[in-house]
Design a protein around this ligand. Structure first.
Ligand code: MG
Length: 349
């Protein structure tokens, strides 16, 4: 098949007025068409600038390329990465490239009548244990979740008590066997983390995520052994196997969390997994319960754990897929349909 058209669309996400970056550069939809009439859809990041990058330079670099095998997707990824390297290598460019990569996986799956997880090597997990980030705790419990993550921002000393109170409440609601994680969104520092490790120890947190900014790999590496047995997790702000190579060399993290719609798609995800195996690190993708990451999680040795946001996108205006899988009895699974197996709302097709 030859690629005959490439087009990115930026859905009109509802602004919540918080000033957060996601309100400016959130997810884009990429559509790729071939001369065989097969169309693939992917999900990338970068908002309007991401859309411009796909519809400009990357589109021109893609038109006429051949796709018929998984290796072709890898070659196209390398081609686009190299073409965009002077202004890319990370950030919005790789977020945009992720959408192209995922559209190519969807396209190839549809052409072969296979789910994306089959192209990756077949299901290794029939269902994946879901974990909840946010959402009403009582509803989360009723949905059968056995793993929850608290979003925590440290601003002042009172936040130590706040974190301990939340951990106690989670243990009360979800029991001793549930997994309990903390996402600090770069608001802690080494001192806060060590104090939290002491304070929260009795609640046995599984991981602390995104502790400080990803520019401080050596500091993370020094801190990591001092937080054990709590795992130090991160990586949602890192791009491609190149950035994860630096994380590996520094020994900065116990658990990697690439975002498949930002880090370079499934192609980058597979390379990051290869690197993780070589360094004996676990991988649990950011937003791994969304369809784009879920196929990778189910088909590989990623942790049996997928992030979902039960409270986030329930507003119909913020939903772009009609039939994304949902959590049932605390588990989630990719659909057995060609490609990613999801249907976009007609407005984005
Ligand atoms: Mg996070």
């Amino acid at each position: 098949m030859k690629i005959t058209d490439v087009k990115a669309v930026y859905p009109s996400w509802k602004k919540k007025g918080t000033g957060a970056w996601q309100e400016y550069y959130w997810q884009i939809v990429v559509r790729i068409e071939t001369d065989a009439g097969v169309v693939g859809y992917g999900y990338g990041g970068g908002g309007e600038p991401g859309k411009l990058i796909v519809n400009g330079h990357l589109r021109d670099a893609l038109l006429g390329r051949t796709i018929g095998h998984v290796d072709d997707i890898r070659d196209i990824w390398d081609h686009l990465y190299t073409k965009s390297l002077p202004y890319g290598r990370g950030g919005i460019v790789i977020m945009a490239l992720s959408g192209i990569d995922l559209a190519l996986w969807d396209l190839l799956g549809k052409a072969e009548g296979q789910p994306v997880y089959e192209l990756i090597g077949g299901l290794k997990k029939k269902t994946v244990r879901a974990y909840a980030t946010g959402g009403d705790p009582a509803r989360v419990r009723d949905l059968g979740y056995t793993a929850v993550k608290c979003s925590h921002r440290w601003r002042e000393d009172a936040d130590f008590d706040g974190a301990a109170a939340r951990a106690a409440r989670c243990r009360e609601m979800f029991g001793r066997d549930a997994l309990l994680m903390f996402d600090c969104y770069m608001s802690w520092d080494a001192g806060v983390a060590l104090r939290m490790r002491e304070l929260l120890g009795e609640y046995e947190p599984f991981w602390f995520e995104d502790l400080i900014t990803p520019d401080h790999l050596d500091e993370l590496a020094r801190l990591r052994p001092r937080l054990a047995p709590v795992l130090l997790a991160g990586g949602e702000h890192d791009f491609s196997h190149h950035a994860f190579g630096a994380i590996a060399r520094a020994g900065a993290l116990d658990l990697w969390q690439p975002d498949i719609t930002w880090c370079g798609g499934i192609t980058a995800g597979l390379r990051i997994l290869e690197l993780a195996r070589a360094h004996d690190v676990s991988v649990c993708p950011h937003r791994g319960g969304e369809i784009w990451g879920l196929h990778l999680v189910a088909a590989t040795d990623c942790l049996d754990l997928a992030e979902t946001h039960p409270g986030r996108w329930h507003d119909p205006e913020d939903m772009i897929l009609l039939d994304e899988p949902v959590v049932s009895a605390g588990e989630i699974a990719p659909p057995n349909r060609p490609g990613f197996g999801v249907t976009l709302k007609p407005a984005y097709v």
